[in-house]
Design a binder for this molecule. Structure first.
Ligand SMILES: Cc1ncc(COP(=O)(O)O)c(C=O)c1O
Length: 441
C-alpha cells in the first residue's frame, strides 16, 4: 500500500537518487557493485514489499526487475523472511555439515528431474565453472561449445560473445572469439568454441568435424540474456541427440529459467534431460544460493575429491533456509504460486502486445509468462544476429517512459513476474504501457 506522501514513478535524473549516486561514486567504483547496474537510471532504493519498490525520493515502482530475476515470491516474502530469521539464531556457518543441506537437497531433487546428485554454491557464475570443470574431467576432453548472445557469468573463460559485433563477412563457424571485458585473459577461452544458437546446421557442421575434442555444450534453454528468444521446435531435442551420440555433456544453464518458467525449469517444459544443469536466482527467492545438479556418474567426480568444487560460504544457513522456504512456497497448494505467476504474466504479455497493435508500434513480446522480453524488431528474430536489428533506441525511450510512470522492467527490456504481482499491478502497468507508446510515437 502506498503512503500518502509516496509518488508513483518519478524522474530519477533529478532527484535524491541522483545525489546519492554522485556521493556513492566518490567511494564505490562507479557507484555500483555490479557492472550490470551501471546501465539504467542511478536509482537508489530504500525498501521493497511484494511487487513494489520504494526509492529514496519516495517514488514507488511496480518492480519487474525483481533483483534481475530472483525475487519470484516478491520482495520480503513473509514465509521466507520468517524461516531465515528463525535459522539465523542457530548460527551462520559451521565449516561442516548441517541437516538443512540434506533437507534442501531432497526437496530440490524432487523438483528437478535430471538431478540425481547436487552440490550447492552461492552464484550462477561459480556453479557454471564447476559444471565446465567436471564435464572436462568426465570426458577427458578440452573443448566447450557456448552460444552467441548467451551469458554464463562474468569469469574470464566464459564472458565471451555476449554481444559481439555481428560478423560482417558471412557466417563463420565457429564465430571469432569476442572478449567482453578489459583485463580478460585472451587465453582463458582458448578451449571455448562459439556457435550461433537455434541453428541445427551449425551444430552438426562443428560437431561433425570436432566431436572427439568436445567435452560439453552449455546453453541457456531459453535465450533470456538476448531477447527472450525461445528455442525453435526440435532444437533442444537435437542438442540432446547429438550430445548423447558423441558422449558430450549437455549442460543447461537454468540460472534464469530454473524455478521460474516452471517448478522443474525449462527442462520440464521441453521434456529434455540434460546431463548437468545450473540453478541460482529464483531458487533462493532473492538470497544468494546456487546449485549444480545432474547425472550421478558425472557428479560423483566431486565426491571422490578428484574434481575440486569449494567455497567458504557454500551451503551457509541463511542461503539454505531461504532455499528451503522458497521451495516450500513454490510447491505449496499444488504449485499455486506458479499458477498465479503464469496467469499474471500471460495477462501482461497479451496486454502489452495488444497495446502495441493499438498504437501501431512494432512491439514484440517474447518468452514465457514468468519472464518475457519486449523489443521493437525490424524483422523476424530467432537468434543473436537477428536480435541486433531491433531498434534499441526506441526500446530505451519506451523503458524510460515506463519508469517515469512507475513501472520498472530491467534496463534491457526483460520483465520478470512474481507471485506477488496483483491484478491491480497488471492494470496499472498496461495503462503505463499505453501512455509510454503514445509518448514515444
Ligand atoms: C543464464 C545465466 N547464467 C549465469 C549467470 C550468472 O549468475 P550470477 O550472477 O549469480 O553469478 C546469469 C546471471 O544473470 C545468467 O543469466
Amino acid at each position: 500500500m502506498k503512503r500518502p506522501d509516496q509518488k508513483t514513478g518519478g524522474n530519477p535524473a533529478a532527484s535524491e537518487s541522483r545525489q546519492y549516486h554522485e556521493l556513492a561514486k566518490a567511494r564505490i567504483a562507479g557507484g555500483v557493485n555490479s557492472n550490470v547496474r551501471l546501465s539504467g537510471a542511478p536509482m537508489c532504493f530504500v525498501s521493497g514489499k511484494g511487487s513494489h519498490l520504494t526509492d529514496v525520493d519516495g517514488n514507488v515502482y511496480i518492480d519487474y526487475a525483481l533483483g534481475m530475476g530472483p525475487t519470484i515470491l516478491g520482495h520480503a516474502p513473509a514465509a521466507v523472511i520468517a524461516e531465515v530469521s528463525r535459522t539465523l539464531a542457530l548460527g551462520q556457518l559451521f565449516a561442516g555439515q548441517h541437516t538443512l543441506e540434506l533437507e534442501v537437497a531432497n526437496e530440490f531433487c524432487a523438483c528437478i528431474r535430471s538431478a540425481e546428485l547436487v552440490r550447492f554454491g552461492l552464484s550462477g557464475s561459480e556453479m557454471v565453472q564447476a559444471a565446465i570443470r567436471v564435464a572436462r574431467a568426465f570426458t577427458g576432453r578440452p573443448e566447450v561449445i557456448k552460444f552467441e548472445g548467451h551469458y554464463h557469468g562474468w569469469f574470464d573463460n566464459i564472458l565471451i560473445n555476449l554481444n559481439p559485433p555481428v560478423a560482417a563477412g558471412g557466417n563463420p563457424i565457429p564465430r571469432p572469439r569476442h572478449l567482453q571485458s578489459g583485463g580478460q585473459s585472451p587465453h582463458a577461452s582458448d578451449d571455448i568454441a562459439v556457435l550461433p544458437w537455434n541453428d541445427v546446421g551449425a551444430i552438426d557442421q562443428y560437431i561433425g568435424a570436432n566431436a572427439s575434442r568436445i567435452a560439453a555444450i552449455i546453453t541457456e534453454p531459453i535465450m533470456f540474456n538476448t531477447g527472450g528468444i525461445l528455442p525453435k521446435p526440435g532444437y533442444l531435442e537435437h542438442l540432446r541427440q547429438v550430445t548423447s551420440k558423441h558422449n558430450i555433456v549437455l549442460i543447461f544453464d537454468e540460472v534464469i529459467t530454473g524455478f521460474r518458467v516452471a517448478l522443474g525449469g525449462a527442462q520440464e517444459i521441453y521434456n529434455i534431460q540434460p546431463d548437468l544443469s545450473v540453478f541460482a536466482k529464483a531458487f533462493g527467492a532473492g538470497f544468494p544460493v546456487a546449485a549444480l545438479a545432474g547425472r550421478r556418474a558425472i557428479m560423483e567426480m566431486f565426491a571422490s575429491g578428484g574434481v575440486n568444487h569449494s567455497g567458504t560460504y557454500n551451503a551457509n544457513l541463511v542461503s539454505l533456509s531461504a532455499a528451503l522456504a522458497s521451495l516450500r512456497e513454490l510447491t505449496a497448494n499444488d504449485q499455486a504460486a506458479f499458477k498465479r505467476i503464469n496467469s499474471t504474466g500471460k495477462a501482461l504479455m497479451d496486454g502489452i502486445a495488444a497495446a502495441g497493435r493499438k498504437y501501431g508500434a512494432e512491439l514484440q513480446v517474447s518468452g514465457m509468462p514468468a519472464a518475457f522480453h519486449t523489443c521493437f524488431p525490424r524483422g523476424p528474430i530467432h537468434d543473436y544476429a537477428t536480435y541486433t536489428t531491433a531498434d534499441q533506441k526506441k526500446l530505451g525511450r519506451f523503458l524510460t517512459a515506463l519508469l517515469e510512470s512507475g513501472v520498472r522492467p530491467t534496463s534491457r527490456g526483460t520483465w520478470f513476474v512474481s507471485a506477488a504481482h496483483t491484478d491491480e499491478d497488471v492494470a496499472s502497468t498496461l495503462n503505463a504501457v499505453e501512455r509510454a507508446l503514445q509518448r514515444i510515437g
